[in-house]
Ligand binder design. Structure first.
Ligand code: ZN
Length: 424
């Protein structure tokens, strides 16, 4: 794999002018003979490559850019897009640090070079802010951290069949937070032909934060991945306790990669469930701006997609009220809940089924019958798993730990629920 970043002007076909003096980084990669246009990302999802170029657009800045961005940052941003297709070696267009080359070699068995840069470092923590409940919770826990929001734009050479995805709505909501905010616009999701446009690796959402890290003096990037994603195998990864999760453990291959570039991934809500992040988000001053649905208009979430149904279960449980949804058990969106477990996010299905009044007359009735959860059996999901705090880098650990003292730490018995997840 050969990777080239060029700093330049927007491509005319892609709405040039709309962004004014946006700074555009264009990425092109060329496959080596042993590489492939099909592959799998770290969580196992199969995918196919559609095209080999994309852009990341940054807002105008006072200073210059271009060669001022550390090559390790450019390399990591490229690797979040190129890793699934690369088999043996990756050649960057600027020399990277030996530390970064080692992280790629150890993590992927891929030879990376050329080597010749000193490692970088920074001091501030930024938040990768989507506007969903988890990232709003992170923003509430760290009220003075700057936000970086990723906004999907269409690709000049790929037809956009996803016009119902309203990334513009989410960007507008982010702007209303009143926080220090950088919106990064990119078509990088259209690199994928299959299964659909999306991040080649989950970490690609941080591409903009990586390119901005020197300018913003970033020494860490906080993400909203919670207990289920970090410790319970997440949505579509293995469904069991995963202390060595290669995506989100600090000692996993992605954790080591980002740390080598001086931008460790920080998970302030890595020890709490989506019930806690929902509660924190809804109790925060950003509550009116929480939006987990990509399809809704400016008026609100769509209310009919699978994500809306799942999050409604959690919100109803947190608010101790009946489910409010137009989705029925016979609808396509609810089909998976009519099957026996396991389910993605099963811990939250258990939590919701134990707490939502009248669950037997909702699309989750059959799941509730299979799982038979109780408030007692799901109480651990209201507390923080202590080892998650140990993983937060020292400069920020104290603040997050103080916040989680207020939430309440898990007892040893409750921690055992995490550690035995999927093995019962
Ligand atoms: Zn929706």
């Amino acid at each position: 794999m050969r990777v080239t970043w060029t700093a330049g002007e927007p491509e005319r076909a892609d709405g040039a002018g709309e962004g004014g003096a946006e700074r555009v980084w264009r990425l092109v990669f060329q496959l080596d003979p042993e590489d492939a246009t099909s592959g799998a990302c770290t969580d196992g999802q199969r995918m196919e490559l559609r095209t080999n170029s994309c852009q990341v657009r940054l807002p105008p800045a006072a200073g210059a850019y271009g060669d001022e961005v550390h090559p390790d940052l450019l390399a990591v941003a490229a690797w979040t897009l190129a890793a699934p297709w690369t088999r043996r070696r990756v050649t960057f267009d600027r020399p990277i640090s030996g530390e970064l080359a080692e992280a790629i070699q150890d993590g992927w068995g891929v030879e990376a070079g050329p080597v010749g840069a000193r490692p970088r470092s920074g001091t501030r923590l930024a938040i990768s802010y989507s506007g969903g409940a988890d990232s709003v919770a992170v923003a509430a826990i760290l009220p003075d951290a700057p936000l970086v929001h990723f906004q999907r734009i269409s690709h000049p050479r790929v037809p956009n069949r996803w016009t119902h995805y309203r990334s513009d709505v989410l960007a507008r909501l982010a702007a209303r937070t009143g926080r220090e905010l950088t919106v990064v616009r990119s078509d990088l999701e259209f690199l994928l032909a299959y299964p659909r446009p999306g991040y080649a690796e989950h970490h690609a959402v941080a591409a903009g934060a990586l390119l901005l890290a020197d300018e913003l003096d970033l020494g860490g990037i906080a993400m909203g991945y919670e207990l289920g994603s970090r410790w319970l195998g997440g949505d579509r990864y293995v469904h069991r306790y995963t202390p060595d999760n290669p995506m989100w453990a600090p000692h996993g291959k992605w954790g080591r990669l980002f740390s080598a570039a001086g931008l460790p991934v920080v998970l302030p809500v890595g020890g709490v469930s989506e019930a806690v992040t929902m509660r924190v988000a809804l109790e925060s001053e950003l509550r009116d701006l929480v939006r987990w649905c990509l399809r809704g208009s400016g008026d609100g979430p769509c209310g009919t997609c699978g994500k809306c149904l799942y999050k409604e279960l959690i919100q109803a449980a947190v608010e101790r009220r009946p489910l409010s949804t137009a989705v029925t058990a016979s609808g396509a969106v609810a089909r998976k809940w009519q099957e026996p477990p396991p389910y993605g996010g099963q811990e939250m299905i258990e939590y919701g089924c134990a707490r939502v009044p009248g669950i037997e007359s909702t699309p989750f009735a059959r799941a509730a019958g299979h799982l038979r959860p109780t408030e007692e059996s799901t109480r651990w999901l209201d507390h923080c798993y202590p080892p998650a705090l140990d993983e937060i880098p020292e400069p920020w650990r104290g603040r997050v730990a103080a916040y989680m003292d207020g939430v309440g730490l898990m007892t040893p018995d409750e921690s055992a629920r995490v550690e035995n997840w999927g093995t019962r």
